[in-house]
Design a protein around this ligand. Structure first.
Ligand code: G6P
Ligand code: MG
Length: 210
């Protein structure tokens, strides 16, 4: 039985994945690399620094640590500009209905996101009060597929991993949930979500399961 649901943020609850893509695309352009949607799929769920390392590798660019730090703050500056107008309108289909339903059923709710911008996004979209535990990229540095972000969530809720269900839109996140010994449902297209117990198009499809 499921006693807790741990939500990924970007691409699961909120439609921010497109803004990460736009900011990385702009950054890669400056490196002379044409960053594709296929590339972007590999960055979903992956921390900011590890994402940059991958892009530098694909671009064949060798730069200093100081230059890396500059690029990281530039990417985040562009990303923050893109999400400045974020509002409840950017919640993905079914987000609110599912959060409401879980709360009503007494199922614990946690966030398990790699993003350091997670708190601001939850506030702008008005859903922060639904969460019993918030684990983000400031709390856990180890990037998915490392299970740390989900294990910390379970620990904070006081629920054993086997009774936790993770909702994820990224392959790295599915792998992290599996490594944590949790159940996992993929949100999106099955071809990008190998190893999920189930894949659905959006959170709305899950409301009646609880
Ligand atoms: C999530 C997103 C990634 C993003 C990462 C770090 O996992 O799926 O695309 O790179 O968070 O986000 P941040 O907001 O800290 O740059
Ligand atoms: Mg995601």
């Amino acid at each position: 039985t499921v006693k807790a649901v741990i939500f990924d943020l970007d691409g699961v609850l909120v439609d921010t994945a497109v803004y990460h893509f736009q900011a990385w695309h702009r950054l890669a352009e400056g490196l002379g690399y044409s960053f594709s949607l296929v590339d972007n799929e590999q960055l979903k769920g992956v921390s900011r620094i590890e994402s940059l390392e991958l892009i530098l590798k694909w671009a064949g660019a060798k730069i200093s640590d100081a230059e890396k730090a500059d690029l990281l703050s530039l990417k985040n500056k562009w990303y923050l500009e893109l999400i400045e107008q974020l509002s409840p309108d950017h919640l993905l289909s079914g987000s609110l209905d599912l959060l409401e339903k879980l709360q009503k059923k007494g199922i614990k709710i946690a966030l398990g996101s790699a993003s350091k911008n997670a708190m601001g996004i939850l506030e702008k979209t008005g859903i922060i009060s639904y969460f019993d535990a918030l684990i983000d990229g400031n709390v856990v540095q180890l990037s998915k597929p490392n299970p740390a972000v989900f294990l910390k969530g379970a620990e904070a809720l006081g629920i054993e991993p086997a009774c936790c269900l993770v909702l994820e839109d990224a392959q790295a996140g599915i792998d992290a949930a599996r490594a944590a010994g949790m159940q996992v449902i993929g949100i999106g297209q099955a071809e990008h979500l190998n190893g999920a117990d189930l894949v659905v198009a959006d959170l709305g499809a899950l409301v009646d399961k609880f």
